[in-house]
Design a protein around this ligand. Structure first.
Ligand code: UTP
Length: 286
């Protein structure tokens, strides 16, 4: 299976940083967000990845490329560990890049990959969503796809008061954690939401989606929404949702970025004690 990673959005929720730096390159301690996403795809058995980029996102391509001068210097200095770390990134997978000339929405970004995908089901991993899980989230979705032979969307329950930040599914449970979708609603008000099951940035999609995106008219903010194309596809094809196991962070959101950095630091031996001490000190001061 191939994967598409849309990473061409403007990231307006993370200004001023995103004026000239992609949010997909935000560091989680020492690793950019998009590297986690690429690693999730690889750990799910995918080795052909298309990243959708746009103006100002060249730094993403450079990150996955060979860094000749740096590698030469590290080699000369005998810094083997760092050299391996740097080399590993450029050897990870076969990555292709397609430019989305204008950020016309997630549906439009995915549509850019149609010629690369051909006629097969494919995975979509949003470049600013990180999911920390024992089994990669995309692999969990692939398992459901293999059982039902249909498109699958990752979902998780959210507090009812936050449904208006997400795509929400109207769905019926068919087995533990698996739902059959009846409709999708983009960012509903809590009293209009059909459930509190929110779409979380990982999908396995039928190639038929490209035809429906083509027919989708620009919606809110003039963007071509994936949700609208999925609703059209639902009229002719089955669509499932899966409550994945894992923790999701939306790096387009400033607080989620802070949260993942603190949580990841607490997981790393070299930082754990110092971060705990710092937090204790800071909370005692309040
Ligand atoms: P977001 O909804 O988080 O979009 O997109 P955004 O427009 O970058 O962010 P804000 O709302 O202005 O802060 C989800 C994913 O889809 C990509 C983004 O890069 C992100 O990974 N995307 C979005 C595109 O590739 N192209 C687009 O036109 C829109």
């Amino acid at each position: 299976m191939k994967a598409v990673i849309p990473a061409a959005g403007l990231g307006t929720r993370f200004l001023p940083l995103t004026k000239n730096s992609p949010k997909e390159m935000l560091p989680i301690i020492d690793k950019p967000a998009i590297q986690y996403v690429v690693e999730e795809a690889i750990n799910s058995g995918i080795d052909d990845i298309v990243i959708i980029t746009g103006r100002g996102k060249e730094v993403i391509e450079n990150h996955f490329d060979v860094a000749y001068e740096l590698e030469k210097i590290l080699e000369e200095r005998g810094e083997k560990e760092k050299l391996n770390e740097v080399r590993k990134i450029s050897e990870m997978a076969e990555i292709f890049y397609i430019r989305q000339k204008m950020p016309l929405g997630l549906g439009h970004a995915i549509y850019m990959a149609r010629k690369h995908i051909d006629d097969e089901f494919f995975a979509v991993l949003l470049g600013d969503d990180i999911i920390v899980a024992n089994q990669p989230c995309t692999k969990q979705l692939i398992d459901v796809y293999e059982k039902y032979n249909a498109s699958v969307i990752a979902i998780q329950e959210v507090e009812m008061e936050y449904v208006s930040k997400y795509g929400i599914v109207d769905a019926e449970e068919v087995e533990n954690r698996v739902y059959k979708i009846k409709a999708l609603v983009e960012k509903p008000a809590p009293r209009e939401a059909p459930s509190n099951l929110a779409v979380m940035g990982r999908y396995i999609l039928s190639p038929k989606i490209f035809g429906y995106i083509e027919k989708t008219k620009p919606g809110k903010k003039g963007e071509i929404q994936l949700t609208d194309a999925l609703n059209m596809m639902l009229e002719n094809e089955e669509l499932y949702a899966y409550v994945f196991e894992g923790k999701r962070y939306d790096l387009g959101d400033k607080f989620d970025w802070l949260r993942i950095n603190i949580e990841m630091a607490l997981k790393r031996e070299e930082f754990r004690e110092r971060v705990l001490e710092l937090l204790k000190k800071l909370t005692n001061q309040d």
